[in-house]
Design a protein around this ligand. Structure first.
Ligand SMILES: [Zn+2]
Length: 172
């Protein structure tokens, strides 16, 4: 009994490790695509700002950045923050973070930066991976992406499950 218990325990551990790796990769791919989306949105905002400034220039008017471009600038700030947060999460998935002093990529567990020697804040890696810190707007985007991915995955999984069920039936 003990032998088989160990075997199945090992098998489930292997399965769990593989599943964790797959989850990390999936999350990483999702984050990469979300970051690209945000970068695209920022580019569009830059273009809008440029157009506004140019139109003012044509009409020989002065542009007041504070009042006339504040909406675009705030949106860019928000997207940039989202990108920063997602980059932090991506680094955490790889067990890395940035040195608070010199910005070098260092292991999450490092107490001191190997490059500049600065002491690092102690952080809980689990908390970093948790996406509760992602702003609401980003969360909605994530959920949207999840739904899109989920629809595709479900279709694939269903097909696989059917094949497996059929095989089992044949074996019996
Ligand atoms: Zn450093």
């Amino acid at each position: 009994m003990g032998f088989f218990d160990d075997l199945s325990k090992k098998a489930s551990e292997t399965y769990r490790n593989t599943a964790e790796k797959t989850n990390k990769l999936t999350r990483e791919m999702k984050l990469k695509s979300l970051i690209n989306d945000d970068k695209g949105k920022i580019e569009k905002l830059y273009a809008e700002i440029g157009k506004k400034v140019y139109e003012k220039h044509i009409r020989e008017e002065n542009i007041d950045i504070k009042s006339e471009l504040i909406e675009e600038c705030s949106k860019i700030d928000a997207f940039a923050k989202e990108i920063e947060d997602m980059n932090t999460e991506m680094r955490a998935l790889k067990g890395l973070r940035l040195c608070t002093k010199c910005g070098a990529e260092i292991p999450l567990s490092a107490r001191f930066c190997p490059k500049c020697g600065a002491q690092q804040e102690e952080i809980n890696p689990v908390e970093t991976v948790n996406n509760s810190d992602v702003p609401v707007e980003a969360k909605e985007v994530v959920e949207q992406a999840n739904n899109e991915v989920a629809t595709e995955t479900v279709a694939e999984v269903n097909t696989d499950a059917n094949v497996e069920t059929n095989n089992e039936n044949n074996n019996q």
